[in-house]
Write a protein that binds this ligand. Sequence first.
Ligand SMILES: NC(=O)c1ccc[n+]([C@@H]2O[C@H](COP(=O)([O-])OP(=O)(O)OC[C@H]3O[C@@H](n4cnc5c(N)ncnc54)[C@H](OP(=O)(O)O)[C@@H]3O)[C@@H](O)[C@H]2O)c1
Length: 330
Amino acid sequence: MNSFMESASRIFVAGHRGLAGSAIVRKLRELGHTNLLLRTHHELDLLDRGATRAFFDRERPEYVFLAAARVGGVLANRDFPAEFIAQNLDIQNNVLESAARTGVRRLLFLGSSCIYPRLAPQPLKEEYLLSGPLEFTNRPYAIAKIAGIEMCWAFNRQYGTKFLAAMPTNLYGTGDNYDLQTSHVLPALIRKIHEAIERRQKKVVVWGTGTPRREFLFSDDMADACVYLMNFSEAQFESLISVPETPPLINVGSGHDLTIRELASTVCAVMGYDGNLTFDSTKPDGTPRKLLDTTKLFNLGWKPSIPLPQGIQLAWDDYRVQLQQPQETN
Ligand SMILES: NC(=O)c1ccc[n+]([C@@H]2O[C@H](COP(=O)([O-])OP(=O)(O)OC[C@H]3O[C@@H](n4cnc5c(N)ncnc54)[C@H](OP(=O)(O)O)[C@@H]3O)[C@@H](O)[C@H]2O)c1
């Protein structure tokens, strides 16, 4: 990989203990970066504008990966909509403003595929942003993320910053959340099937009809893509963020989707579970299909390298490690 960022560059990974941020840190360390600026939520609350400004003034990061966000599933988004919009706006406002003020060389803002309209054609192209109404259930979160994209673009135009917004598809991987109340579909399946194996249960119940199609990307592949983009040459990066009348936005996905039924069968095959899967159609399915169009990223020369079965095996290994560890606190 060509490297624009130098091994001693000061790189701030905001949210470095989360699923996305921890993968970015692993990737940067693997590439020999020695000057990572990492602060836990407890050490630096990015909702605190004064503290965020002071951190940037003191540490002068050259590159920023913004992977800190208030993130949650359907229930959390339903129960705390005010927090989801207000906290995400505050985090990104504080970080982008501080980054612009202190002359950060490049910033990568992480969003999510929920920014695209609920009924947009599939696969979802970057140009579909703001072309129709959003899914209701996570609208406050999506609107905060859209504001973040717009801010990256506005700051680039007015202040000459180099901010890029990357929209990853559904992630899974090392350090994922396996709490069945709040987890996403893939870690939930891994946990349910792991427990069925342990308890010698012959049946696993999967939420929904099994027919919706979803796309998955291992978190380390997402991190590889993010670092790949941040390492573009000056001209390449400029061509990515300075297309007239186009937001500095790029999708990060695997390029493939599959049904939840196919996903569950793949998890069973990887984990060697031969019990029966039943589908509880009383549980909500969500949108029928959500696949990002990754033509732009793939045309820039990046491709994912961790196939789904390998990623599931790695995630299951990590889940078993998590089971051995006491719960971490700040
Ligand atoms: N997971 C996915 O499937 C997925 C898919 C697409 C895009 N993304 C995007 O990737 C980004 C990160 O998501 P994730 O899945 O990695 O979430 P995550 O695992 O919940 O991590 C979020 C991180 O942000 C930190 N954080 C939250 N509020 C903070 C604050 N006020 N000050 C400082 N740090 C704060 C959290 O620290 P604490 O835990 O200490 O609060 C945590 O380390 C988000 O923008 C999300 O939209 C994720």
